[in-house]
Design a protein around this ligand. Sequence first.
Ligand code: 5RP
Length: 218
Amino acid sequence: MTPDDKKKQVALAALDYVEVGTIIGVGTGSTANHFIDALASIKHKIDGTVASSEATAKRLKSHGIPVFDLNTVDEISVYIDGADEANHHLHLTKGGGGALTREKIVAAVSKKFVCIADDSKLVEILGAFPLPVEVIPMARSHVGRKIVELGGQPVYRDGFVTDNGNIILDIYHLQIAEPVKLETQLNQITGVVTNGLFAIKPADILLLGSDNGVKVVD
Ligand code: 5RP
């Protein structure tokens, strides 16, 4: 199976976690896109969605799936999204697509976070995939220097502007032995909006597409 076949497989499996008659949160990226396409087949069973990016909102609407502003919604039953890396504690790195801030907000509101990925995303130690940090533009150099003090190598994602009008610094060469600690340290740098570690609030369930079917890690 190709990685994309595995993403499709796991996206279909995630339909089992959609709760009938509720509003669900929907992530961003190629795996989430497969999920959106699959969700279209059962759209009559849900009340609607909250999207984690403009791109996701557009794709959901193209299927005729209602998309609500988060501020008009009391409860999200489940959030379904991909990841760039996941460890066995279900700590994730996310934001390869630059949507980390809205993803973290929707995940925070949701009662359950189901992460969907192909099995290449499961790692022993997070950090081989560069860790994105969303930054207020005027704080770019300041945040970059603080990241160097923490042992990382920040690289400006050239030409990329987030849905919130900010920039992204991708941190290379990290071996994230203590994900909760690093997530907290990065959050404390003035000018950081969000970082792509999802460890303080990890996923609740990880579904992995593989040659031998969908594996469940929880
Ligand atoms: C986007 C994300 C994605 O979930 C992550 O980059 C994984 O993407 P893909 O499903 O395309 O492999 O965090 O900001």
